[in-house]
Design a binder for this molecule. Sequence first.
Ligand code: ZN
Length: 340
Amino acid sequence: MTAAVRIHAIVPPYVLDRLAEAGHEPAVRSLALDAAHRAARLTAPPPAAADPGLSRLIADSGHAQRLPGHTVRTEGQTPVADASVNHAYDGLGATFALYSEVFGRDSIDGHGLRLDASVHYGQNYDNAFWNGRQMVFGDGDGEIFGDFTACIDVIGHELTHGVTQFTAGLQYQDQPGALNESISDVFGSLVKQYALHQDAASADWLIGAGLLAPGVQGVALRSMKAPGTAYDDPQLGKDPQPAHMRDYVDTGEDNGGVHINSGIPNHAFYLLATALGGHSWELAGRIWYDTLTGGGLPATADFTDFARATVAAARARHPDRPSVADTVTASWAQVGVSPG
Ligand SMILES: [Zn+2]
């Protein structure tokens, strides 16, 4: 089976638009590349007859717009001199580890799909993306963004678009699209928390911490703990994410604000994980994973549908602990979503 898939890039179009309008040349070229990728209309590969378990392949695009480029490190090979290659290799491994060890999922398709990535894509390319087949990393321009392989939560975010593609298939528009984005942020953050053995209270709940170049006024691309506070910079603008339905942004940009309104379900997950305490992947993460992969979530789910499904998943997973489902309901209520 092949299905049309989307390009999922980590830096939202409105961020690069603003930089481009101010004459920032790498952003102009990055936007042109992103538009070309979207126009390419790739299709997902049929599930490969892969061996079970972790298998990675890292290629080097050599600063050209070439995919995949030449292979530089495959599964089991020792680190190479190029740090971007090793960061990509490790980030793919950390993502595989969360899905495999915590949720019992064999790679992003559930059938041992080899995880492929290309590094050094394009010249000063200000983005990273999942194209339905592989991950692609730019080096950043060094002025606004650094090397996109540096953040394992960004890698976890992008590969989770693959998991969503192979499971619930949430439409990439309006509320289902914002849920698609939010699910990638949730599991991206969990990849980082799991790798660092952090509990909910000590996690930073940021997406892309360390990605912004020195001098940029901001800490990350998004904050699940405090949506709307990740950056406020003369060049980047201000983080536009709401944390509550009363501030929901109605817009035609960004596929109906998929990177903007994702702040609302992001914050609901943060509230749940911190209220439950301990390791976020054990209770809250499992409820989100069950919801995403359980087969009952329609591709057109809105926030209320998703919230209702998470409450049902909590009840199903914890029949003897109704307090868990009650905490899920309360977390959604705090962001203005009523599961009913
Ligand atoms: Zn995304």
